[in-house]
Design a protein around this ligand. Sequence first.
Ligand code: MG
Length: 386
Amino acid sequence: MKLILTCALTPLLLTSVFADGAFYGDPPDATHPWTIHDMNRPQPPVIKGATASTQEKPGQPPSDAIVLFDGTEASLAKWCSDADVNQPTKWVLHDGAFECAPKSGYTRTKEEWGDCQLHIEWSAPAKAEGSSQGRGNSGIFPMGQVEVQVLDNYNNPTYPDGFAASVYGINPPMANPLNPPGQWQVYDIIFRRPLFKDGKEIDPGYLTVFSNGVLVQDHTAIEGGGGHRARSKSHPFPEKGPLKLQDHGNPVRYRNIWFRPLPARAAEGGEIGQLSPEATAAKRKEIAKSIRDKAAKLEGREKMLHLMESLCYESDPATAKAAEEMNVAALAAITKTPAAEMESKKGEVKQLADALNYLINAKAIPAPNATKDALDKIIKEKGWDK
Ligand code: MG
């Protein structure tokens, strides 16, 4: 049995401790399938984290990342010409970096995906030539749809919505933490595509960008993807698309490119955020079933508590009946205990009373409940409520 310590007062605060966090936090509701602090929720997968890059050496991607470029010739095979996907990329490998061959055209990944965390490092030519948009210009296009600007803005003013780490044509970055040209710059980008349902936008899609570790785009709405001179209008994106890198005529270099696909948002059937009432009901059903399946392999008190716990998620007449019969039997056994041994039953009595109280508060079982009333009476008589 795991001990769960109470650390916050809630209307359902309980004095007893339960296996696996049951009967602890607020119960599920119409848009939250889990209780607060629900141990039935999946544990986050264990991965190995990324390591930081230095100017001399790129860091290591996290263990669950999909690597798009790691400095090797082999990783170039993951890229192709944007104009003709059957043609290899014309960009070149240069000292372990992926370098734009000016006038060769955009390059893109062969692989396509949607929402992601993208890590990418870039370096403008060490010799600063040109000004404004003409100096060290390239660009990063998640799904090929919207540009996170790459530009040498070190001592190089330009229109702010076209700055390095701007969402081009939409929103300037909040700061300019760029290193001098020739040095590596690190972008960490979180991309969510726009979502439409029945022709209506339900989520505009967002870009969050860190430039050299500094937050420069904070959940910036995509507004259709932006562009040059023209104001874009929100529109659906496909489900998947490639990552594209821009050829703007400057030999900008890239290294250490990797991404991690992001799980679906609630609005597209995922479990991030509040779920729809339909999805919540389906999930609650699924959780209740898994707890009942667990209960089927248990005996006695543990079985009873699991059957009771499942009722928080789904009202199931057969389970409610089985749990109630076990509650009645448990009370009968308690009342048969000789007075001298009653103290040893304190935990058991309080635990069952608390569980019943929780289920009543959660409206998972009807009130009044004769077993709970009898248990409360014992608790009061013994002074266990003090
Ligand atoms: Mg650009």
